[in-house]
Structure formats: C-alpha cells, structure tokens
Design a protein around this ligand. Structure first.
Ligand SMILES: Cc1cc2nc3c(=O)[nH]c(=O)nc-3n(C[C@H](O)[C@H](O)[C@H](O)COP(=O)(O)OP(=O)(O)OC[C@H]3O[C@@H](n4cnc5c(N)ncnc54)[C@H](O)[C@@H]3O)c2cc1C
Ligand code: SF4
Length: 551
C-alpha cells in the first residue's frame, strides 16, 4: 500500500478514532468484492456510523484528494460498491419511525429492507421496492440503486414512493426535506451555486422539447441507467429535485442518511400458481392474459433456469417442476373468497394460454416454497457454474409486446458468443429479463465478453428500444454504454449534474459516469479454486449480516 495512503489513513484515524479506520490487508481484501463480477481492493476501509462521520469523511476526501465509495450490504450486481480508493462501510444508521396508520415509514439507511417490511407487516403494508435480495440489502442501497423487483414495477419504486430524505452533500451541507419549504430555503442560503445550478438545469430540460421527450420515452420502461433526470420534469423546487436525483445515484452525488417512503398495501390473501409451457414463446405470449386479470407478479423462467433450480433446489418442490418454460404468477386480495375465485380463474387461464402444467399453492407454506424456488434461481445457477469463474447477472428491459422475440434473439446471441450455460429469467410483467452466465478471468474470455456486451447494447437499445439496466443500476458494468442508452444530450446533462454536485469527482469515481470506455472489462474478479463447497459461493453477501468478521 502506498505511503501516501498510509499517512492519509492515519490523519483520518486522528479525526474519526482509530477503531474506525483500517489499512489492514485482510480488511481490505474482505471488502474488495460486492456481488458483481468485479474485484477492487480498497486502500483504506473506514466505518461511518453517524452524519458527523460522513461530514468528516467528505472534508478528508477533499483535502487528501482520495475518492470515497459507500458500501452498505454490498449486494450490488454492477460493481458500484467496490473501489480501489477509500471504502466507507456504513453501520448504525438505524432510525425507524412508523406513523400510527403505517402509510409511510422513515427508515435509516443501514436498516435491511426485510426488517423494515417485518415492522410494517401488522399494518398489512410494505415498502414499494421489492428486490429479491430484500432480506440482505439495506434501505440506503435500495434507494441509491433505485432497486425494484417482482411486483414493484415503476410505480412503486423508491423514486415514486419517496416522501422525504435526510441527505448530506459532498460539501458537508445536511438537508432534511421533511419540511420541503424550509429545505429549499436552506439549500438556497447554504449552497447558492447548487441551488442556482439545479434551477438552471431544470429550466434547460424544460426548455428543450426533444430532451424532455427522450426522458419521458426512456423512463416508460424500468430503467436505472444514469441519473433520475426525470426529476427535472417531475418536481419544481430544487430541494425536491435534489432528493429525487439522489435516488438511483449510486453514491455518486451525496450521502443518504435516512428516507421516508410511502408504503404499499399488502393484501393478506394470495393466489399463487406455477404454470408450465411448451416453449418460451408460449410462456411470453401468456403474460398479457395474467396481466389483464391484475396479477401483481408474473415471473418467467426458461429451460436452463428450470434445470438449474431442479438440480440445486428441486428437492424443495412439492410438485414436478416444468421443464421447458414456466410462469410463476401471483394475485393478492383482501378477502379469502376473492382469492379462491381467482384460483379457479387461473385454471381457466391456464387452459386458454395452453399451459402444459399448473400447480396452485394450496397453503402459505406451498406459496413460500414456490417463491423460494424462483428467488433461488440465481444462487442455483451460481452453484452450477464451473470453478474459477465469476457469475455475471445482466438486467435488461424490453417493451413487453416484443418480449418473446427479444428473448429469442437474446438466447441466440448468448449461443453465438459461447455462453451456452446462460439462463434467462425475470419479471415478465415489466419486460424485465435477467440473464446470468459464468465468466473466467482469462484475457480472451474478457474480450469475448466485451464484444458480447456491444452486441447486447445493439440488441436492447437499437433493435428493441429497451433499457440496459432495468433495476440493478449502471455501476461500472454499463457506464460505457450510458450514452448509447440515453443519447448525447441527456448524457451531457448527467455530466453537468455531476460537475455541479461533485466537481472533483470524489464520490464513487468511474461508477455510473466514466470516461473510460473499457471500465466494464477491468478488474474482473479472480476466483481461484479452493474447495468444491467454497467454489460454489457467488459472493452475494446474503450471509454477511450474520458473519462475525464484518460486525
Ligand atoms: C441474489 C441477488 C438478488 C438480487 N435481486 C435484486 C432484485 O430483484 N432487484 C434489484 O433491484 N436488485 C437486486 N439485487 C442487487 C442488490 O441487492 C440491490 O440493488 C440492493 O438494493 C443493493 O443494496 P445494498 O444494501 O447491498 O447496497 P450496496 O451494494 O452496498 O450499495 C449500493 C450502491 O449504493 C451506494 N450506497 C449505499 N448506501 C448509500 C447511502 N446511504 N448513501 C448513498 N449511497 C449509498 C453504494 O455506494 C453503491 O453504489 C440482487 C442481488 C443479489 C446478490
Ligand atoms: S456463502 Fe452463500 S450466502 Fe454467503 S456470500 Fe457465498 S453464496 Fe452468498
């Protein structure tokens, strides 16, 4: 480790206390991965436990010219929670307040999403964002990635359910938007340049009809590429624009201490069914029928996904698993009668859509098991991959009317680039597909991956007018494709925004925005074979919350 970083670390230890700062190699290696395909060893690992710590860190970063990256649960999939500079491990932002009716929740950034939902359960409510990783990941990570999942769609994501935020700007200014008028006034007084800059960008966007059209068009589908620049159209006050820009900003614009989110009704009765289809095409074609009946989730699984699930988690299935293609659908109701009526309706729909098999969950336990199978898709695929390979999980969205054709073309592309072990699954209701496959760190494999990603961008953006990251955020994985997704004007706007809030580019450098067109091909994880049980680990981070070494 460079002597310069050692000195900077010791000055930081003087400010924060030595227990919070480490340059120990073991700590640095332990925090060198998130759940993505990247590994970067930080020079310094530091724990931030309060807003005062974060303000101190921002000042230190400016003085020492050392970039910072926040890390919450580290379950990100696009390489946005790793760095080779200073990694800030967040702990102890655990405030929780639920007003008596449960219509909203104020939650600290380090609380796990699943824990917050547990506290909302007695109100039959939950937070809107519903990533499959919700029991492991944090509120801060969910908001900073604008994560979503099977039921969330666009309407229930953090951007659309945000009520208020306590945030810290890189300058150290703390803003609490729970009183928006006061927050706006404070921003104008303390940060006149930021205030004026946000007003200017807002007016620039509103005065440019073509840019406004692009923003509306790009956000019609799930899209977590780049910043939430729709905020310039959706909100008036700079403080309101700012808090919404922080949603999905991946720690590149400021720190989110806590948020107040509007909660979502979670009716207690569910009708859940697993349907088998002869082909992926038939399964995709059936999606409209279930959507029209109001399904809250429609999950698609292809043949390879079903095979991986059968191999690794099939023992937990209580009925035979479909083999060629499947949909897992769910409807929610306030009363049991409606739910029972939907069960017979699903049987009719299964016939109408030419399903080859139908398994209706007859109890909460069976429902839970069906969801466990679906949620275990990625770990199952990860466990099946060859040793010494990292698992890549891409996340695209297509307009739903093209889903069958797009998934077919995606499969052909995967085969063309010899990713024949790839699986395709995802949130069919939103046209949001994940495809996962293994990659080793050999140079020729990385080059092949690079050429493949260029073709994916052409397929998703140019052929189908879709999104390159629907819910996992840009990270370093898609940063080189940002302009291809958004075009020149919108990308320039994002750089202007970064310049306004973080002119020295000290926050999460090379994530979301990067001038390095090969950033997605650098620092690919090396995973030397250790033991067959250890080699199966995909570094998803789910066990981290119970791990004594990261307490
Ligand atoms: C098996 C598996 C399944 C997954 N399923 C889904 C899914 O269904 N949908 C989905 O959207 N994602 C999914 N993910 C990805 C990931 O879990 C989510 O994006 C999650 O929200 C990340 O939260 P985290 O707490 O792990 O954040 P981290 O990964 O630690 O950080 C995420 C980003 O936010 C920044 N950040 C964190 N906290 C703050 C803060 N307080 N202030 C400012 N910036 C901050 C970090 O710098 C980083 O850029 C999955 C991951 C895995 C491994
Ligand atoms: S041991 Fe399992 S839970 Fe823990 S990181 Fe690895 S795959 Fe995830």
């Amino acid at each position: 480790m460079a002597a310069l970083a050692e000195h900077a670390a010791s000055r930081l230890a003087d400010a924060l206390g030595p227990a919070k700062v480490s340059t120990d190699l073991l700590d640095r290696i332990a925090y060198s991965c998130d759940a993505s395909l990247y590994q970067l060893v930080p020079e310094i690992v530091v724990r931030a436990e309060s807003i005062a710590d974060v303000i101190e860190l921002f000042a230190w970063s400016r003085r020492e010219r050392i970039p910072l990256t926040f890390r919450a649960a580290g379950t990100s999939l696009s390489g946005q929670a790793v760095t080779n500079h200073a990694l800030v491990v967040l702990r102890g932002f655990d405030c929780l307040h639920i007003p008596s009716n449960g219509q909203a929740v104020r939650a600290g950034c380090t609380l796990r999403g699943g824990y917050v939902n547990g506290r909302l359960r007695s109100y039959h409510r939950r937070i809107g964002p519903d990533p499959a990783s919700i029991d492991a990941c944090t509120i801060g990570g969910i908001v900073a990635n604008n994560a979503s999942g099977m039921c969330c769609g666009i309407a229930q994501n953090a951007y659309h359910t945000l009520v208020a935020m306590r945030l810290v700007l890189p300058s150290g200014t703390v803003l609490d938007t729970s009183d928006l008028e006061a927050a706006d006034q404070l921003l104008a007084e303390r940060e006149p340049a930021v205030y004026a800059g946000l007003c200017a960008l807002r007016d620039q966007v509103r005065g440019d009809a073509e840019l406004a059209r692009i923003i509306r068009h790009r956000t019609r589908l799930k899209n977590t590429m780049g910043y939430s620049i729709a905020a310039f159209l959706d909100f008036e006050r700079p403080a309101d624009i700012l808090q919404h820009l922080l949603v999905g900003s991946e720690g590149t614009l400021g720190f989110i201490a806590d948020v107040t989110l509007r909660t979502i009704d979670e009716p207690p009765h569910a009708t859940t069914a697993l349907l088998g289809y002869r082909s992926l095409h038939d399964a995709c074609a059936a999606v409209d029928a279930f959507d029209a009946e109001g399904a809250v989730a429609i999950e698609l699984m292809d043949q390879a996904t079903l095979a991986a699930i059968a191999l690794h988690a099939g023992g937990r299935a209580f009925a035979p698993l479909p083999r060629t293609a499947a949909l897992l659908v769910e409807f929610r109701y306030d009363d049991a009668e409606q739910s029972a009526a939907m069960s017979s309706r699903v049987t009719t729909l299964a016939q109408k859509t030419a399903a080859t098999s139908l398994t209706l969950a007859a109890s909460d336990r069976e429902r839970h098991l069906l969801w466990q199978l679906r949620k275990g898709a990625m770990p199952s695929v990860g466990a099946a991959r060859p040793p010494e390979t990292a698992l890549i999980n891409e996340d695209v969205a297509f307009p739903r009317q093209h889903l069958a054709a797009a998934v077919h073309d995606l499969r052909s592309l995967l085969l063309e680039f010899c990713f024949s072990d790839a699986v395709i699954f995802g949130h069919a209701r939103d046209g949001n597909m994940h495809f996962a496959f293994a990659l080793d760190a050999a140079e020729h494999s990385i080059e092949r991956y690079g050429r493949f990603m260029d073709e994916v961008a052409a397929l998703v953006v140019e052929r189908y007018d879709g999104s390159l990251k629907a819910e996992h955020s840009t990270g370093r994985n898609m940063a080189p494709y940002l302009e291809r997704q958004w075009g020149e004007r919108a990308t320039a706007l994002m750089w202007q925004l970064k310049e306004l809030l973080d002119p020295d580019r000290l926050l999460n450098r090379d994530v979301l925005l990067s001038r390095d067109q090969r950033i997605h091909l650098r620092n690919i994880k090396q995973l030397p074979s250790v033991h067959h049980s250890i080699d199966r680990c995909i570094e998803c981070g789910f066990c981290e919350r119970a791990c004594p070494s990261v307490a």
